[in-house]
Structures are given as C-alpha cells and as structure tokens.
Design a protein around this ligand. Structure first.
Ligand code: NAP
Length: 244
C-alpha cells in the first residue's frame, strides 16, 4: 500500500536519516510502499537523498521550500494535494538553532528561530492536519528535543521554540484523537548532525548518530494503526552534553 510521507528538513542530519530509514523499511515490509516527499531549502541535498532512497526501492518527490515563509508552506501543502491527493505522514523535522548567552541573542536570532521552529511548523501542521482530519487517518511526528522540557543556559531561544512546539503537540492531540490521527513527540538529546558545526572527536564520542533517532521513528510509524507511540525520548547514554 502506498504511504505518502512528507519529511521536512530531509536534506541533512536527522531528517535525511529518517527519509532513508523509511526507504529501508521496504526490505522488511513488502506491503509498505513509501512515497517520500523530501523538503528543505537546498535542492542539491534533496537530489542526493532522493537518489539514496530510490536505490532502496522507495518512490520520491523532492520540493524545495522554506517553511519559515508562509507562501512556501501553502505551496508545499498545495503540491501534496495536487500531486498525491492525500497525506499519510508528516515529519515536522526542519528546525534551526542559534546558540549563545541570553544577552547575545538579537531580534534577528529571535525571528530566525521562531519563524522556522514555531511559525513554519504550526502552519504546515495546520494545513496537513486538515487533510488528515478529512481522511480520518494520518500520523504527525514532531522532532522537538530534550530542550523542549529542560533548560540549557546557551539555548534560550532554542528552548523557547522547542517548549512552544510541545504546546502545539499537546493541543493537536486533543483534535487528533477524535479523528484517528496519531501524534508522536520525538525528543532527542545531542545527535551528530550539521546543526552542531565543527565537533571534535571527544565531543562526538558523547553524541548519538542521526540513525539512532530515525530507527525508532519508523518503528513507531509501522505500529498497528490502533496504537500510538506518543513520545520517544532518546539521550546519549552518558547524558546531555551540558547539564544546564
Ligand atoms: N542534532 C541534534 O542534536 C538535535 C537534538 C534534538 C533535536 N534536534 C532537532 O532535530 C531537527 C533536525 O535537526 P538536525 O540536527 O538534523 O539539523 P540540521 O543538520 O541542521 O538539518 C536541518 C535540516 O532542516 C532544513 N531546514 C532548516 N530550516 C528550514 C526551513 N526554514 N525550511 C525548510 N527546511 C529547513 C535544513 O536544510 P536547509 O538548510 O537546506 O533548508 C536541513 O535539511 C531540528 O528540529 C532540531 O531542532 C536536533
């Protein structure tokens, strides 16, 4: 059966790993036919991950869009409706972070963070949940963070945006449960991705890898439709990189 799956931020890091893991699931689930709609702002990244997913036997469709721009969000939702006619899974993964002391954060840092992590995530969810509500089926993942429940001193804006995403997750559940739509909040700790920039070997040894997040996400999706994995919390075994 075909499953239309949109992964935002599929060009790098955790989103890229999730797309690939959905494609790899074809090996063990012959009835599962993922159609992966891969979205980010960088076309070259999408072309590369699309090739990898196709090599695993998945169908793909790439679309460049900046989810912080509401015109792009509308274009993305319209593309899904026109090209695919339905949506089975939305992985709200695209996210950004600007890190520094509280005093360092500028208005531009604030807008940059909130426009993607809050505004973009909200309006894309609003548009695609409406489709799922009509279908009476679907699954929405949010890749929030351990910073959605715990403060880190150099992550004021990032924490604010991730705590905010959790507010959306919990509100959405109130609607989703009424129409057979599943909602999963994925809260990873530090995972080695381009978001971290340059990382030395010592630090890297204390981090998870993107596939460590991707595998349980796909497993949660493949649960029987009657069962929702509501939350997935994943931390490096040695704990968070910074304890505050
Ligand atoms: N890595 C971690 O340790 C960690 C831990 C907890 C939670 N998370 C969360 O996991 C998610 C993925 O993080 P990551 O570490 O994989 O980040 P990453 O390596 O920086 O990748 C982020 C992806 O999102 C895309 N993206 C960013 N802003 C976008 C926008 N406005 N519109 C469309 N695409 C956008 C990026 O591509 P373009 O720049 O080409 O658009 C890229 O493909 C984020 O929500 C992050 O907050 C990460």
């Amino acid at each position: 059966m075909k499953h239309i799956i949109l992964v935002t931020g599929a060009g790098k890091g955790i989103g890229q790993a999730i797309a690939l893991e959905f494609a790899r699931a074809v090996r063990h689930h012959p009835d599962f036919e993922p159609v992966l709609v891969l979205c980010s702002r960088t076309a070259a990244d999408l072309d590369a991950i699309s090739l990898e997913c196709r090599a695993e036997g998945a169908l793909t469709d790439t679309i460049t869009a900046d989810i912080s721009d509401i015109t792009d969000v509308r274009r993305l939702a319209a593309h899904i409706a026109e090209r695919h006619g339905r949506i089975d899974c939305l992985v709200n993964n695209a996210g950004v972070g600007r890190f520094g002391t509280l005093g360092d954060m500028s208005e531009e840092d604030f807008d940059y963070t909130m426009d993607t992590n809050l505004k973009g995530t909200f309006f894309l969810t609003q548009a695609l949940f409406a489709v799922m509500e009509r279908q009476r089926s679907g699954h929405i993942f949010f890749i929030t963070s351990v910073a959605a429940t715990k403060a880190f001193k150099h992550s004021s804006l990032y924490c604010m945006s991730k705590f905010g995403q959790r507010g959306l997750v919990e509100t959405l559940r109130l609607y989703a449960r009424k129409c057979n739509v599943r909602v999963t909040d994925v809260q990873p700790g530090a995972a080695m991705t381009p978001m971290w920039g340059e990382v030395n070997d010592e630090m890297q040894a204390l981090m998870m890898m993107p596939e460590d997040i991707a595998v349980p996400v796909v497993q949660a999706y493949l649960q029987p439709a009657r069962t929702t994995v509501e939350a997935i919390v994943l931390r490096p075994t040695s704990g968070d990189l910074q304890e505050e």
